[in-house]
Each structure stands twice: as structure tokens, then as C-alpha cells.
Design a binder for this molecule. Structure first.
Ligand code: IVH
Length: 319
């Protein structure tokens, strides 16, 4: 991007021309961000365009355009969602495993934990849902805040939109820690995605590229009533900040999630060894076409949470 021209050196014709270009550029970026959920510039670049537009408009108020990005409703900048700092960073996984890596994965865990021959390394295999991860905060069993992953440290506050997702409980059942942050994936089923796009086509709206984009675009609507009309679903699979420990194993944690009222992926399965894990991979692969939503692999989680901790699963990049 070329450096911004000094205002004092600009003619009105130049200012008007730059304002026109800014209006076009900003509305294109808004469309990519809000409707397609596929931004092509980073937040800083986008903000600098908006800032430049504001400066020019302030200096030349009579040149403010009817379609000024500052006046536009329905497509506001990202800053309109409040920011949420994640107390526990929301990590992402690097490469998914393929089948051949599974034996190596078990061997590395055994080595790292310095395990005896007799000791079994149980894992839980779960489909890796191709949606977007969110964090749900509950205080005294009541849902109080929902946040997107963002950059992992800071996400967007999407509480009001989350409240419209029927899969996500507002009040939890049973005994619940005072502070409980549950993480999981928001996604859209193939069937719901197809219907949404059909309706959009009929009304001449831009189509979503895939269910993931549709889910992300739907969750990040500034108007929660739009999110409410979108068929979003949720699976819970992890946690963030908690006021007390939740379970001794990941499997028990999943059971606990169900008691609290969260949907847990029924494909999740316990594996006692590498052979089981390979079989779980094959089973999930076989079921893939029948699931009705996109997955992009299988995630293996060491079942014992004290081992997860020693392996650095929770605090750092997971092993
Ligand atoms: S566990 C270290 N379990 O995959 C974070 N993640 O690249 C591990 N995902 O950002 C989270 N299904 O959005 C976990 N069953 C599952 C998942 C899952 C999908 C996503 C999640 C995360 C990304 C990891």
C-alpha cells in the first residue's frame, strides 16, 4: 500500500477520488468479512483504511459521500464486538495425524512419560469438527459470556449471538463449578447449509462457500436476530478457565459435559492402545459420509488428565 498523501498537498478532486476508492474498498472488505467470512486483509490494514477515510471526511466535510463507510449500517467494523481476553489461551492443533503416525504417537507418549511396559496409555478419539471454536463461560451454572477464538489470546464477544444457539444450554444441570469455561465447535450441518444457500440464492444474496464459512459468518453477525435464524449447532470437547478440577480422565469429562446439558459428539470413543486408536480412526472414517457435517480428521486425547498436564497438552502447544 502506498503511503497516505499529506492533506495539505491534495486538491479537492484528489480527495474526492480517494474517498470514492476508500468507499469501494471498505465495502468490499466488509462484504468479505461479514458475509463471506473470508477477509483478505488483516484488522490493522482495514482499520487504517477506515481511519484515513475519517481524516479525509473531517477535513473536507462537503465531500462526504452518500455511501460513506461511516454512515453504513449493517456492516460495521470488527471493533463493534467487544474483545475478550482468554484466561487460558485457545490453542490450535498443527498437523492432524494420519493413520501411520498413531503408533509413533503412542511410543512418544510412553517415552515422554517414562512409562512401564505394563502401563496402558488410554486415549479418546474424537472427530475433528470443521467449524469454529468458541469458549462459553458459566458462572454459578448460568451462561454469561461467549467468545470466539480470535488469535487464541483475544477473541470477540459474541454472547448475544451464542444465546440464540439452541444446542448451547443457558442453565446447566447438576453440580457445576462456580466458574466454568467450556470450549467446543460451532458448526452447520450439510442439510442446513444447503437449505440456507438455496434460500439465499432465491433472494439474490451471496452464497456461502462451505458450511464452515456459513457457520462463522452466522455467528459473527452484529444483529443477533440474524444469527437466531441460522441453524447453528454445537459440540463441547474441552475447557478453559475453571474454579475446580472437573474429572480425572477426558472420558469422564465428556460424561460430565452430557450431565451438564452439553451435546457431546457420539462418535467419540475410548481406545486402550494404538491398535484401538487405528480402529477408531477407521470407524470414524467409515462413518464420515453419514455424519451429515464436515470433519477434517480425528483428534486423539490422552485420557488421563494428569498425564495430559505432564505432556503439556493444556498449557502449551499440545503434544
Ligand atoms: S481439542 C489444542 N477437539 O480443531 C486445541 N479441537 O486445530 C485442541 N476442533 O481450534 C482442541 N474438533 O477448533 C479439539 N474434537 C475436537 C475438535 C477440535 C474440532 C478444532 C478446534 C481447534 C482446532 C485445532
Amino acid at each position: 500500500m502506498s503511503a497516505d498523501k499529506d492533506l495539505s498537498e491534495m486538491t479537492e478532486i484528489e480527495v474526492a477520488s480517494e474517498l470514492r476508492q476508500l468507499a469501494i474498498k471498505i465495502s468490499e472488505h466488509d462484504r468479505r468479512y461479514y458475509q463471506d467470512d473470508a477477509p483478505t486483509v488483516d484488522d490493522a490494514t482495514y482499520d487504517s483504511l477506515r481511519r484515513r477515510n475519517k481524516i479525509l471526511e473531517a477535513a473536507f466535510p462537503h465531500l462526504v459521500r452518500a455511501d460513506s463507510p461511516n454512515k453504513r449500517v449493517g456492516a460495521a467494523p470488527a471493533a463493534e464486538f467487544g474483545k475478550v481476553q482468554h484466561a487460558v489461551p485457545m490453542l490450535s492443533l498443527g498437523n492432524a495425524f494420519n493413520e501411520e503416525d498413531v503408533h509413533d504417537f503412542f511410543a512418544r507418549i510412553r517415552r515422554f512419560l517414562n512409562l512401564d511396559e505394563k502401563e496402558k496409555v488410554g486415549v479418546v478419539a474424537e472427530p475433528k469438527i470443521d467449524g469454529l471454536s468458541i469458549s462459553l463461560r458459566y458462572e454459578n451454572a448460568r451462561f454469561v459470556r461467549g467468545a470466539t477464538r480470535g488469535d487464541g489470546q483475544e477473541g470477540e464477544n459474541v454472547t448475544e449471538n451464542v444465546r440464540t444457539i439452541t444446542d448451547i444450554p443457558d442453565m446447566l444441570s447438576g453440580t457445576v463449578p462456580e466458574i466454568l469455561e467450556i470450549r467446543g465447535e460451532v458448526y452447520m450441518s450439510h442439510a442446513d447449509f444447503a437449505t440456507l444457500n438455496e434460500n439465499r440464492e432465491k433472494s439474490g444474496e451471496a452464497l456461502f462457500a462451505n458450511p464452515r464459512n456459513a457457520a462463522a459468518g452466522s455467528l459473527r453477525q452484529l444483529d443477533p436476530s440474524i444469527t437466531a435464524e441460522r441453524p447453528l449447532r454445537f459440540f463441547a470437547y474441552s475447557w478453559g478457565e475453571i474454579s475446580e478440577s472437573l474429572a480425572e480422565t477426558h472420558w469422564d469429562f465428556l460424561e460430565q459435559l452430557k450431565i451438564w446439558g452439553f451435546p457431546v459428539n457420539p462418535e467419540a470413543g475410548q481406545c486402550m492402545n494404538a491398535k484401538d486408536a487405528v480402529a477408531a480412526h477407521a470407524r470414524i472414517g467409515d462413518n464420515r459420509a453419514r455424519l451429515g457435517y464436515d470433519i477434517d480428521g480425528v483428534v486423539y486425547k490422552v485420557d488421563r488428565l494428569d498425564w495430559q498436564e505432564r505432556l503439556g497438552f493444556v498449557s502449551r502447544a499440545p503434544r
